[in-house]
Design a protein around this ligand. Structure first.
Ligand SMILES: [Zn+2]
Length: 451
């Protein structure tokens, strides 16, 4: 293997990725008034380790933290200085007031690693004249809901009523591609009360902050933003255009009546184009109906959009219907790519939120709510652990070997194996850990410590 390739491979390893994350944590200012024994960065590093090890609870983590094996591994694998791991109570207290934006920096650094080592190339979205563009589905999801527990960040439902309740949502977005199994999340944006306001936050406001952050972090990145019908409005489209990006947004009958009417009128006038593709291999038919320059709605200065109606009929004769608005010019040559891009919006639901909630990461689990930003900080760290794993799955041969070791590989099995070794054996490096999983390690007999 050449030196340049070796360097690339090294940068996709857990060793390099987690070192990068740790260096970002070391730059978060320590808010504690007195000099303390445990270095401040050990708090986010330990919390990140807990998320990355998919620990069910802070308590479970607390029970292991004094074990010498756990301390050794936290120091060697997660850079927790001198193995000084904070207790669960102290972890909550110290992380609660930390400004969550400090936990966003690693996302930018990690994507830069993917980009500068050429692994982002596999996500390029090719469509007509578009070159070097990437698909970015963005959506919100629920994080926390309670009738009793609340913090300063909580949005309030039914305020002042008997059934008053508190909640946090989160806005997530990741770079995806129709042919890629992995996704690359960018820094998420909490949908929660903003400093100095009494008003509840909402998805429409959060997406503006999210997109501004993306533009700030990655000014040169060319994006096609994929959104649900909720965002098919003039201000969101204008904002995307202002940033120099493109969009493919779902249009729904209920939300876009005038648009559907305009399409029907054009259809009656014979001004709607048609295109059909038959996929003989899969026995599937793709029917496209499209028109360019249609007025989005009846509002003043409404955006002109291109509309794509699409019906897929599978081999059993079942039909599925989609409709999108986009600013990508629709022609016979582009409609299929726009359709494949538009359908990738589901990757934020299926491959991101669903994985984060049900595949070991426990995004909705309450590790502690705190008074200020604890819930948000834990959520950001969960997304970060997911990103580190996704980059390795995409491009780290050592990780891929460990994942694909059994005949039916699953991520859950790998997480279980990693945690099991992490809790029982002193491990000096991530390379050694993945090598042991991929090649198998020597059987050890249970022995009591009689010292
Ligand atoms: Zn809260």
């Amino acid at each position: 293997m050449g030196a340049a390739i070796q360097k690339k491979v090294r940068q996709f390893s857990a060793t390099y990725l987690i070192k990068t994350v740790s260096e970002c944590f070391e730059k978060i200012p320590d808010h504690r008034p007195n000099k303390c024994v445990i270095p401040f960065a050990n708090f986010p590093k330990s919390a990140f380790a807990m998320m990355h090890q998919k620990c069910d609870s802070l308590l479970a983590f607390d029970e292991e933290r004094l074990d010498k094996v756990c301390c050794h591994n936290l120091e060697k694998l997660y850079h927790v200085k001198d193995g000084m791991v904070p207790s669960d109570t102290r972890m909550r207290e110290v992380l609660d007031p930390v400004d969550p934006s400090g936990h966003k920096t690693p996302f930018k650094k990690l994507l830069n690693i993917v980009q500068r080592n050429g692994a982002l190339k596999g996500f390029e979205f090719k469509c007509g004249k578009l070159k070097d563009y990437y698909l970015l589905p963005v959506d919100g999801t629920g994080l926390f809901y309670s009738g009793t527990c609340r913090c300063n960040d909580c949005c309030i439902m039914n305020e002042g009523k008997k059934n008053e309740a508190y909640y946090h949502n989160i806005m997530g977005g990741c770079i995806v591609h129709p042919n890629q199994k992995t996704v690359l999340p960018l820094a998420p944006e909490a949908i929660c009360k903003q400093d100095g306001t009494k008003k509840n936050d909402c998805e429409k406001a959060a997406i503006r902050r999210f997109l501004a952050q993306v533009k700030h972090d990655h000014p040169q990145l060319k994006l096609v933003i994929l959104l649900d019908g909720l965002y098919a409005d003039n201000p969101t489209i204008a904002l995307i255009k202002k940033y120099g990006w493109h969009y493919i947004i779902v249009a729904k009958d209920g939300n876009h009546e005038s648009l559907i009417e305009a399409m029907n009128e054009l259809y009656d006038q014979g001004e709607v184009e048609h295109h059909t593709i038959v996929d003989k291999e899969k026995n599937t038919t793709h029917r496209f109906r499209y028109a360019n320059n249609v007025t989005l709605n009846l509002q003043d200065e409404a955006e002109q959009v291109n509309v794509l109606d699409y019906i897929e009929t599978d081999k059993a004769g079942n039909s599925h219907v989609w409709c999108w608005v986009t600013d990508i010019e629709l022609t016979k040559k582009t409609v299929e790519s726009v359709m494949r891009g538009g359908r990738c919006r589901w990757h934020i639901e299926n491959q991101t939120f669903n994985t984060l909630k049900n595949q070991g990461y426990q995004l909705e689990h309450s590790y502690g709510h705190g008074e200020y930003h604890l819930a948000t900080n834990f959520a950001y760290l969960t997304f970060l652990a997911f990103l580190v794993d996704q980059i390795q799955e995409l491009a780290c041969p050592r990780f891929q070997k460990a994942l694909n070791k059994p005949a039916k590989p699953t991520r859950k099995r790998l997480w279980k194996k990693i945690t099991c070794l992490f809790l029982t054996l002193m491990i000096d490096s991530w390379d050694a850990l993945f090598k042991a999983i991929a090649h198998g390690s020597k059987s050890l007999k249970l022995e009591f410590d009689t010292s």
